[in-house]
Design a protein around this ligand. Structure first.
Ligand code: GDD
Ligand code: MG
Length: 329
């Protein structure tokens, strides 16, 4: 039995101001597809027997609105994907002892062929008792992804020789040269395999408390940490299946130009907009009409009463804006 767990508890900071702390990007749509990113993820999860959305309390109602057919699992405190996935794994194991859990991020744009690959990953997770990752062929030395170094090849998958989360620019370039793959952020595992591996790292106090039936105390006893650092960098039971489908993480505004069509001058207009004598810009808004004239390579995003203008190459710095506005984003 396969249980798809949609990860929908992140705050999507770098897509401010479309993404705000009270309604982050997974509840927004971008471009011509009017479905929210979370709705799209739920549609992709159709390959699984059960679908469950894992989120924080503040987003639970929005989740129920976007994915009425799914179970909603609310973590006691949002402490990033490590604690969240330990909690979900524990829960899935209680409900179906022999299930495979497949974790799907809600911030991705994914092409055809996904279900087939996900099913293959789940098979490897079940039969080989591995923590399965999905590897994407890199096309640039990105620093916002995890890198997977493939080891011994098997039928339809390879062992993972090493896993490196969000390397600096120099390391990213070297890993890419060396033939490493990007971690697509999707995982498949049997809950007991994951929990056994996680027990060796910073999630141990949480897992003990979950075993004792006290999730609140468990979440109190761990610091925020993503599953990539907490488990994937440490385990020697990881495997990688090739992610043979179009894939992008809508992490920051510049990603829009990779997933939407351009206007012929290299501008990406994600909403009704006018670009005159301008190229390479990314423009997005809600119901506002935006015009740009004589400027290149900017992001202009206008939502509600907020406007953001930033050079496209500095898209990661939107984080700083939100940090500065903290509590008022
Ligand atoms: N339930 C829950 N709770 N979900 C969360 C939480 C949390 O505390 N924090 C983040 N998420 C969700 C996000 O909404 C998103 O769908 C997913 O988990 C991944 O979180 P991100 O914060 O977007 O991670 P990332 O993009 O920086 O890095 C991960 O994905 C990359 C590929 O997209 C890593 O797995 C990288 O290794 C990977 O390359
Ligand atoms: Mg992401």
């Amino acid at each position: 039995r396969t249980v798809a767990v949609l990860l929908a508890g992140g705050t999507g900071t770098r897509l401010y101001p479309a993404s705000r702390s009270d309604r982050p990007k997974q509840f927004q749509s971008f471009g011509a597809d009017s479905r929210s990113l979370l709705r799209r993820a739920a549609d992709r999860a159709a390959f699984a027997d059960d679908v469950c959305v894992l989120t924080r309390e503040a987003y639970a109602d929005a989740v129920r609105e976007h994915v009425p057919e799914a179970d909603v699992l609310v973590e006691p405190v949002a402490k990033d994907t490590g604690p969240a996935l330990a909690y979900a794994s524990h829960r899935v194991r209680e409900e179906h002892a022999d299930a495979v859990l497949c974790a799907l991020p809600a911030d991705h744009v994914v092409g055809d062929g996904f279900g087939e690959v996900a099913r293959r990953g789940c098979r490897v997770a079940a039969e080989r008792e591995k923590l399965v990752t999905f590897g994407v062929e890199p096309d640039r030395p990105a620093t916002e992804y995890g890198y997977i170094e493939p080891g011994a090849a098997h039928d339809g998958y390879a062992d993972v020789a090493s896993f490196r989360e969000k390397p600096d620019a120099e390391t990213a370039a070297r890993l890419r040269e060396a033939g490493c793959l990007w971690n697509a952020g999707l995982f498949a595992w049997r809950p007991e395999v994951f929990l056994a591996e996680a027990r060796d790292g910073p999630l141990a106090p949480l897992i003990d408390a979950l075993d004792a039936g006290d999730p609140e105390r468990g979440f109190d006893r761990v610091d925020p940490v993503s599953v990539d650092y907490a488990v994937m960098e440490r385990t020697d039971r990881a495997a990688v299946v090739p992610a043979d489908f179009d894939w992008d993480d809508l992490g920051s505004w510049d990603a829009l130009e990779r997933v939407l069509d351009g206007d012929g001058d290299g501008n990406t207009l994600a909403s009704d907009a006018l670009a005159l004598d301008a190229s390479g810009n990314v423009i997005a808004s809600d119901d506002k009409h935006v015009s740009v004239v004589g400027v290149d390579d900017l992001v202009v995003a206008a939502y509600d009463d907020r406007v953001l203008v930033v050079p496209k190459a500095d898209g990661q710095r939107v984080r700083d804006v939100v940090a500065e506005l903290r509590g008022d984003d």
